[in-house]
Design a protein around this ligand. Sequence first.
Ligand code: SF4
Length: 378
Amino acid sequence: MVRYLSHYKGPYRIFTVSKSKEMTEQLLAAGLTVGEISEDTLTILPDNIAVTIASEEKARFSVFAEGDVVEINERGILYRWYSVVEGDAGIATTSHCNSNCIMCPASESERRLANNISLPQLDTVLKHMPKDLWYFTVTGGEPTLIGEDKFLHVMRSVKRELPHTRILLLTNGRTLGDRDFFAKFAQTRPNHLRIAIPIHGSTAQKHDYITQAPGGFRQTMRGISNILHAHIELELRIVVSKLNCDDVTNIAKLIIRHFPTTTVVNFVGLEMRGNCVANADQVLISYQDAFQKSKEAIRLLIHHGIDVGLYNFPYCMIDEEYWPIAQKSISAYKSMFYDACEQCRLRHECCGIFLATMNFYKPKVYPITSGDQYDKLL
Ligand code: SF4
């Protein structure tokens, strides 16, 4: 989420928002930079840089809550790293990726940009995160492509600054297939780590066609084996598209046979932006059809003791028996609802529909109004 403060002429800073003198004193005593917000002024402390919030900027600025972690650059552009209201937080180490998945919500041009996080920036962000933070995500692009030394620095910093937080590393798993790299990673990894990796096909041919990265399937399989041998919590993801919907059951069988100690498999609905839009004729499938094609795979995985989740599937597009495994997986700023959703009894539990998907096509919704149906979720 980006905001703008037109009168700001100061230096780049990362700060924690305070709206009271007591909070400001506590944060300063902890060695943190503070952005104290009063009626019409932002004061950055201890630098003591005061800037007026213009009257037309006040409404947009009011979204910042006490405890939010915010960055401001020399041009007055603000970026929120952590929202107290949303709860979780994360970093993208780089936009770069060594795969180019046909249905990726990032575009090929975004993928080519390195856009790496600087290590001082990372360390400052982490220092400002609340110590009782529940979740923190490390992602990319492909996060390991920031470079071996820098990636290991990220892992060490996360481990040091957030020792009690659940860390989710989102990766394509290819780099983790390298034995030497993995050995170093295993020594630096954070305490409460889960690694999430997508499998796009049950064979090298199918997986590598979707990732457009020949040889990637073997590397990813080795990465997954390394993770399980090191007893690190593993989440596998299956992004269900028109290209792999008839292979989903085979992917589940592969997981059951070769990776039975996987903690959870999440089935992921498409986000229609980037490559996914460019290749819509090849990949687009409705959420209803993607779910129906996944049912046998879900049944098999659960039968073999592997937890299953559904990401990005609104309740009204899946069978009622599967409501308990549907997750509110879309960040609030990316999630949209129709006016009709306001009558739906699951409006506040529902993930909604991606804003980008809504812009591309308008999936039909079926508001859930009957009490019986609602009770099945509880
Ligand atoms: S009608 Fe709207 S709120 Fe209800 S389940 Fe469907 S998408 Fe979600």
